[in-house]
Write a protein that binds this ligand. Structure first.
Ligand SMILES: NC(=O)c1ccc[n+]([C@@H]2O[C@H](COP(=O)([O-])OP(=O)(O)OC[C@H]3O[C@@H](n4cnc5c(N)ncnc54)[C@H](O)[C@@H]3O)[C@@H](O)[C@H]2O)c1
Length: 312
């Protein structure tokens, strides 16, 4: 018999601040790069056009994790979140179930953390402006993380009222136009990936873009030819070359595995990141289960008082 703790979204956010999330995700990328934390590629169960389900397992830090999570882009129009589900955490030695966490909060914390970590790591050290495009759950998480890291950020969304609400909630700016947001030194894109934001020739020298939205088949936030013009880094080659921005560029033979850096190797100091001030860098994120594990482990180390346990 086990008695796992159950953490609601609110309890996950109370346990793990954006600053803690950045450090946890940094450590997870490095541990994954070193082979200490492992994960098979996520499995997509598709029900398009409605959406898809993802099963994401990982092992590390004395725990095993499974995230069962969705991406249903039409949900906000129904008053439902795009991303929802559950994270299960087990003890890696005994197999005992230790925790159930609301998956949307875990996802938002680690997605915001990865977007900002990549921007800080790959962007120019003298980057002055930052923007987030897409003011949904995960775009707001990226903006919140920028703010928590002490950076001023402007947010933009197709739906101006969403951008205004996010700015009021997070204490950030609203970009005056889409073009202004796209021109920031550090850009994070977190849209559903139905529209290419960066067409061919649109990025300028020295910019960095963390491409977070196109995390599955058929989505894109950047033209494949434009991606190929940049120094690309990914979170995981297997995932990104099959379901992210890179999938389009690899299919078109514009990029191959050897052209693409890995964020974990850069963070571990085993591979170069940005090599010149003029270089354009991009981070193709598909979202890794080891990032979720990082947030879950951080939450378990800070279980808020009053959290409920269930008997199984
Ligand atoms: N890489 C990752 O780790 C990761 C993690 C979580 C979510 N995602 C992906 O990120 C995307 C957004 O997720 P979410 O949960 O924030 O969704 P959401 O529905 O809460 O928010 C999406 C926002 O994008 C806005 N938008 C739509 N098209 C736009 C455009 N062309 N320009 C600017 N804004 C636009 C919408 O108005 C909405 O506010 C999804 O595709 C999701 O699958 C990726």
């Amino acid at each position: 018999m086990s008695s796992p703790v159950v953490l609601s979204a609110e309890e996950v956010y109370r346990a793990v601040s954006p600053v803690v999330a950045v450090e946890a995700v940094r450590d997870a990328f490095v541990a994954h790069h070193r082979g200490e934390w492992t994960m098979p590629p996520k499995v997509y169960v598709t029900n398009y056009p409605a959406g898809d389900f993802r099963a994401m397992p990982a092992l590390g830090g004395g725990h095993a994790l499974l995230k069962w999570v969705t991406s249903f882009p039409g949900n906000p129009a129904r008053g439902l979140p795009t991303v929802s589900g559950l994270v299960l955490v087990s003890n890696a030695e005994t197999g005992a179930l230790e925790a159930l966490l609301e998956a949307g909060a875990v996802t938002a914390l680690r997605t915001g953390a990865a977007a900002v970590l990549a921007a800080e790591t790959l962007g120019r050290p003298d980057a002055a402006t930052a923007s987030v495009i897409g003011a949904g759950v995960n775009g707001r998480a990226a903006a919140r993380t920028f703010v928590a890291r002490g950076r001023r950020v402007a947010i933009w969304d197709l739906d101006a009222s969403r951008a205004a609400a996010a700015a009021a909630e997070l204490g950030c700016d609203v970009a005056s136009s889409r073009d202004e947001a796209l021109a920031a030194d550090l850009v994070v894109t977190v849209t559903p990936g139905h529209e290419v934001l960066f067409g061919e020739g649109s990025l300028r020298r020295g910019q960095h873009v963390s491409l977070m939205g196109a995390d599955g088949p058929g989505k894109a936030e950047i033209a494949a030819t434009e991606l190929a013009r940049t120094h690309v880094f990914c979170d995981d080659w297997e995932q990104a070359s099959h379901g992210g921005e890179l999938a389009h560029a690899v299919e078109a033979r514009l990029l191959a595995e050897a052209d693409v850096g890995r964020i974990g190797a850069v963070l571990a100091g085993d591979a170069p990141g940005r090599t010149s001030a003029d270089e354009i860098t991009t981070f193709d994120s598909t979202g890794l289960a080891i990032q979720d594990l990082a947030i879950a482990v951080a939450a378990l180390a800070r279980i808020p008082s009053g959290a409920v346990r269930i008997e199984l």
